[in-house]
Design a protein around this ligand. Structure first.
Ligand code: HEC
Length: 164
């Protein structure tokens, strides 16, 4: 082997070695980049699924054209609107007014004289709107807000007509 040949051989070997090294480096860089990419894609998927699972149940619709006529709320009257004062009394008012629970006046004349003296209008207003008296709390409509004012009126009349 001439000197020139051996120099060439050495340089060529170095070049080959360098190329192999470069290949390995590029392969490693490629692998690490791919890993990062996969991690990113997975992160993206995770983010969408997280956003999906924590999104609010409803959102305010800001589209002004989306406003629709609100359906009127129809409150069905209690007891199909029945004006049977005795039946309504037994179902709603007797819980307090028959037992005297919570300071409610029982259907005894002496407990009602002063109340009736206030006038029917006040009596009715108190029954419809409720009030806090000296004996206790009379809840509006006895707590049955689905009673109509008229239903409360016939019930109050039933009560004052049936004092012992
Ligand atoms: C949760 C108990 C309760 C129920 C149910 C209830 N009341 Fe009363 N009511 C009271 C109490 C307590 C008073 C007395 C308040 C006071 O004067 O201190 C009263 C008082 C009244 C009075 C007298 C008002 C006045 O100015 O003196 C009327 C009339 C009346 N209730 C009607 C009714 C009618 C009608 C119902 C059923 C629709 C009803 N109540 C259901 C507790 C109740």
């Amino acid at each position: 082997m001439s000197d020139q040949d051996s120099i060439f051989f050495r340089n060529f070997s170095l070049l080959l070695g360098a190329l192999v090294l470069l290949t390995i480096i590029l392969a490693l860089v490629g692998i690490s980049m791919q890993n990062k990419l996969v991690a990113n894609v997975q992160g993206e998927a995770d983010r969408t699924s997280i956003q999906e699972s924590i999104k609010p149940i409803a959102a305010v619709n800001t589209d002004p054209n989306a406003v629709t006529e609100a359906a009127p709320v129809v409150l069905a009257a209690a007891f199909d609107g029945s004006l049977d004062g005795e039946m309504i009394y037994n179902n709603v008012c007797s819980a307090c007014h028959t037992t005297g629970a919570g300071g409610a006046p029982k259907l005894i004349a002496t407990e009602w004289d002063d109340r009736i003296a206030q006038g029917e209008e006040t009596l009715l207003l108190h029954a419809i709107e409720g009030y806090m008296g000296e004996n206790g709390l009379m809840p509006a409509k006895g707590g049955r807000m689905d009673l109509t004012d008229e239903q409360v009126q016939v019930t109050v009349l039933y009560m004052t007509d049936n004092l012992e």
